[in-house]
Ligand binder design. Structure first.
Ligand SMILES: Nc1ncnc2c1ncn2[C@@H]1O[C@H](COP(=O)(O)OP(=O)(O)OP(=O)(O)O)[C@@H](O)[C@H]1O
Length: 335
């Protein structure tokens, strides 16, 4: 488990100071893939680097698996760091070393025998699908292959926690999918807890179970990926969600407003996704329903639908139709 207890970080410059984190409280449970999203400068890197002791809090505590590393001696700290792997945006591979040698680095530093290193590296390269690249150098690899080497190196010592710092930001969409699938497989097969920081909501949607949204050093919203994606509260969260689930109201809202009748944004989730709502409205009430926009997305294996509809009819009938949808548990907003 990773706990941030009222953590703040202030960087002191020559004649200025930057508040990178402000009173952050966050709990990441064992086995979770927890995503932290925010725009550049939000404080994500500062946050993740505190987990493996690359940054120190100005105040508050970071407790990892029950230990506060700031109270550890050097030996304890070395032991502590072995349990945490890290994957970087720009891979951080040694260009002068082969794929084999790059993956072997943590094992050599940990004092493994030659035979044990060979066995483990072979196993890791097989796991990440790079068996045929073992004697290649980083400059002979694609971005996705480099990241696979970075991942193999990060999990070499069987860490309990894997930190992913924008692990797919330098990759194309197809390679991103493959690397995210690999990270998910690592989480599932080895039950490794993962902290993933990103500025891409697609990454959160594809692999995370929980998400925290950061802005100006603060956590402005957090919760299960499903809840945050379906009912984002903060405007910044809504902007992020819109990058993967267009809700149809953004640019077109103004033009919809000039339409006749009542314009409604409706959202289906859970059991309401498969209900024939439009059909029921037309059948049960003297209204006409015009679909102006419709979209269906999948979040955490569950479907979520967004629609913008135009309801026309006598005001009383329109009101009854609206109440009917509310009664069914459909979330709706009047434009
Ligand atoms: N070593 C440092 N010294 C001074 N200021 C720093 C330092 N590291 C980060 N900052 C500042 O702290 C704030 C948060 O930076 P941080 O790198 O944690 O954000 P981020 O969300 O990871 O951004 P990005 O996605 O661009 O990496 C920024 O204003 C940044 O300029």
């Amino acid at each position: 488990m990773i706990e941030f207890q009222d953590v703040s970080k202030i960087y002191h410059g020559k004649d200025s100071e930057t508040v990178a984190l402000k009173n952050v409280h966050l709990t990441i449970h064992d086995g979770e893939i927890y995503g932290v999203i925010g725009y550049s400068g939000a404080g994500k890197s500062t946050l993740i680097r505190m987990v493996n002791a690359l940054e120190t809090p100005s105040s508050g505590k970071v407790i990892v698996n029950g230990s506060d590393w700031s109270t550890c001696n050097k030996k304890q700290l070395r032991h502590f760091k072995k349990k945490i792997g890290m994957v970087f945006q720009h891979f951080n591979l040694l260009e002068s070393k082969t794929v084999f040698a790059n993956v072997a680095i943590p094992l050599i530093l940990d004092g493994w025998s030659k035979d044990a290193i060979k066995k483990r590296v072979t196993e890791l390269l097989d796991f990440v699908g790079l068996t045929d690249k073992v004697e290649r150098y980083p400059n002979e690899l694609s971005g996705g292959e480099k990241q696979r080497v970075g991942i193999a190196r990060a999990i070499a010592l069987n860490p309990e926690i894997l930190l992913c710092d924008e692990a797919t930001s330098a990759l194309d969409p197809k390679t991103t999918e493959q690397i995210l699938a690999l990270l998910k497989r690592i989480n599932q097969e080895y039950q490794i807890t993962m902290l993933v920081i990103t500025h891409e909501m697609g990454v959160i949607q594809k692999i995370c179970q929980k998400v925290a949204v950061m802005e100006k050093g603060k956590i402005i919203e957090e919760g299960s990926v499903f809840d945050v994606f379906v009912h984002p509260k903060h405007p910044t969260t809504r902007d992020f969600v819109r990058t993967v689930i267009p809700d149809g109201l953004s640019d077109q809202l103004e033009s919809f407003k000039n339409e006749k009748g009542q314009i409604l944004k409706i959202e289906f989730a859970d059991q309401t996704v498969s209900a024939p709502i439009i059909n029921q409205l037309i059948k049960n009430f003297p209204v006409t329903v015009n679909i102006l926009y419709a979209n269906m997305s999948e979040i955490q294996g569950k479907r979520v639908g967004h629609m913008v509809i135009q309801l026309e009819g006598e005001q009383e009938a329109v009101n009854k139709a609206i109440n009917y949808m509310k009664h069914l548990g459909i979330y709706l907003e009047e434009a």
